[in-house]
Design a protein around this ligand. Sequence first.
Ligand code: IPE
Ligand code: MG
Length: 222
Amino acid sequence: MDGNGRWAKMRGLSRTAGHTKGVETLRTIAKKCYDIGVKNLIVYAFSTENWNRPKLEVDHLMKLLSKHIVNFAEELGDRKVRIKTIGTRDGLSPQLIAAIDKAEQATKNNPMTLYIALNYGGRREIVDAVKKMSHDGALNNLDKIDQLTEDDFAHYLYASEIPNVDLIIRTSGEERISNFLLWQSAYSEYVFTDTLWPDFDETCLINAFEEYTTRNIRKGGV
Ligand code: IPE
Ligand code: MG
């Protein structure tokens, strides 16, 4: 969800105002995804690298996340959206962790999932998976290591039920992966758009889906 800061700057607003507007965009896009039948939506809300931002901005983002994770659970829960975070909890405040637990618990039986990648890094996820495997005793003998399959490994990722990701949309003209879903994106299509995240609306979403569909049709034919 890139471009909040630039969106705000263009309007003479503070970066934090851009993030606040970005939350509104997420609400709109999540609802639209539900309405058109998307089963899994994963958004990159805060990366493990984002801690390097000025403390004021990090504090604002953390507060926004605490507040809106619970709001989303209430609002989108009615629409049958499950909220699930992926990432590490290291460094998160007890308030934010409590908000995450509350939102996840309240929505856990809903059929569409909005995954919020929060304090997430793709490499960190892979290393955390190795640590979990090790704690589980899954690497205890050489035979087990030799027989390890990709599926066995994927079982230890933050949310092992996430399927191969079909489409990744990156906003704001950036054309990088930025440590997002390194494992799950092995077969993803990427759509890059210059639109800044706060301006990304339902039409932009549908356009990205159409682009994805066109590519898939081409793949099946000649
Ligand atoms: C949002 O956009 C990304 C978050 C970490 C929430 P940015 O804050 O990266 O916006 P730009 O790139 O400065 O425009
Ligand atoms: Mg950015």
